[in-house]
Design a protein around this ligand. Structure first.
Ligand code: SF4
Length: 208
């Protein structure tokens, strides 16, 4: 059965008491994708962005995308973002280690984008987010990855759901719905954010 993850998110948002917003650790793949997701969630959660992306195998590219996430966080917390969050947005960074990604992707180097290598990649990054969220008492963890038309939202949500616990809930999403991807392009242009032209790993560099 096809699950409508956008509706599931809406249901959760609808039940939130905004005087005590739940703490959300939002795994962020890059600043452009984060813009549209933050616009959707800003009014409902106490949000910390979590940059954990060992899949970005080139260290300079990893740093470049992180710098843009810092820039976006500053724009938001300076009050310059068009949808202001109910709490200032935090940012945590997991130290880069491309070797972890290469280990996870071993034997899957030739897979097409969206195939078995990406499944491993999602598990690695969402697993990192879950571990940090669990250690630090968050209520929810989620990801900006579902905004991309190149990413399988069902697979991302199934992976997240597998990782959730009684105390730490997966935040379902399909941010590409409601023109989320279009919004991410508009917002990243508005705030002058760098948009990369490939997913992240060395194997994806010639694909998009
Ligand atoms: S193509 Fe993207 S999602 Fe797939 S393995 Fe590479 S970095 Fe990860």
């Amino acid at each position: 059965m096809n699950v409508n993850y956008d509706k599931e998110l809406e249901k959760i948002i609808g039940g939130i008491d905004r005087s005590a917003p739940p703490r959300l650790l939002l795994h962020v793949c890059c600043a452009p994708c984060a813009t549209a997701c933050l616009a959707r969630l800003a009014d409902s959660f106490d949000i910390t962005l979590y940059y954990a992306n060992d899949n970005i195998t080139d260290a300079d590219e990893w740093q470049k995308r992180l710098d843009e996430v810092y820039k976006l966080t500053e724009i938001i917390n300076d009050g310059r973002f068009e949808t202001q969050p109910i709490r200032p947005v935090g940012l945590q960074v997991r130290q880069h280690c491309a070797e972890r990604f290469f280990q996870a992707a071993q034997g899957l180097e030739q897979e097409r984008e969206g195939g078995a290598r990406c499944r491993q990649c999602f598990m690695l990054r969402l697993g990192d987010a879950k571990a940090y969220a669990e250690d630090n008492g968050y209520d929810y963890f989620g990801t900006t990855l579902t905004v991309s038309p190149y990413k399988n939202s069902a697979l991302l949500n199934e992976t997240g759901k597998l990782l959730e616990t009684d105390a730490l809930k997966w935040l379902p999403s399909d941010f590409k719905k409601r023109n989320g991807y279009g919004e991410s392009i508009r917002l990243s242009a508005k705030y002058g954010l760098y948009r990369q032209h490939y997913c992240g790993c060395v194997f994806s560099q010639s694909i998009q």
